[in-house]
Design a protein around this ligand. Sequence first.
Ligand code: C2E
Ligand code: MG
Ligand code: MG
Ligand code: MG
Length: 292
Amino acid sequence: GAKQSGRNGYLFFDPEHSRLAEERVVAIGRVQEALDHDELTLYYQPKVDLKRGVVLGVEALLRWNHPEHGLVPPAQFLPLIEHTGLSARIGDHVLARALDQLDAWSAEGLDLSVSVNISARHLQEPDFAQRLAELLARHERPLGPRLELEVLETAALTDIGFTSSLLERCARLGVRWALDDFGTGYSTLTYLKRLPLQVLKIDRSFVANMLTDAQDRAIVEGVISLARTFDCTAVAEGVETPAQARLLLDMGCEVGQGAGIAAPMPAAEVAGWVREWRGLFALAAAPAVPPP
Ligand code: C2E
Ligand code: MG
Ligand code: MG
Ligand code: MG
């Protein structure tokens, strides 16, 4: 049966609970087939300047367009393959597709940057930087400066010496590095100092609770101030309401992404959305938020 929810509401497998080796092997095989049958597709979520009301770019987010189950989110299949070579193959595919899309948008005169999530396994491929250079070189247009790569703290910090030189090498191709879900990992400030980062993405769990939880609000403020110190842009993820956007602006975070601005959408809808978007009208009406 299609669309039937399994254990814990998962459509077909729950990575956390697929402990049986056979079950995992079968599931990994299905992801492999999804890649081969071109069922993996990218959705794009806008990232905007909250202050100026300008669309800055989009984040590419992977979806499995499953013939029976419909659109399957990455949490339901990426964890299964994260320690396998398939993770790097999918990563390569995602990068290639995102660059093709970026090129197409540039050709239409759409001035956007594209962010791509890079898995730890992909980053650790010995030829990651070389491969990135090759993918960029496929395009006549210089796309490096419009490409942003997002890594999780956990991925970036396994071997700081290796990671910082790899990130430097890629940065020489013009790409920018963002630390994703910042605040949920274990970064030390020393590590932050050693990595060539341009963006810190504030994890949405803090953004979600900052209006009511003084500690989460302090964490958000802390990340914004760290970003300033390290010459990075702070980007808030999971912006769902005008009140959250208002508070972020008051705290000095000008860039946001989230369902309150736009949900991830197919590539074909992006140009129309950008054309129609008129900034956050509701923002002007949102009252200043008192501390909890
Ligand atoms: P992420 O990189 O932190 O991406 C943000 C996630 O938050 C996305 O979930 C997005 O749909 C969701 N989101 C955005 N705005 C809101 C909001 O206002 N409220 C809520 N509740 N959620 C919001 P998604 O697309 O399911 O992706 C989940 C994670 O999977 C991503 O988190 C990223 O870590 C990973 N991922 C997605 N695509 C790729 C990919 O191509 N490669 C790799 N390696 N990882 C990917
Ligand atoms: Mg991300
Ligand atoms: Mg994130
Ligand atoms: Mg996240």
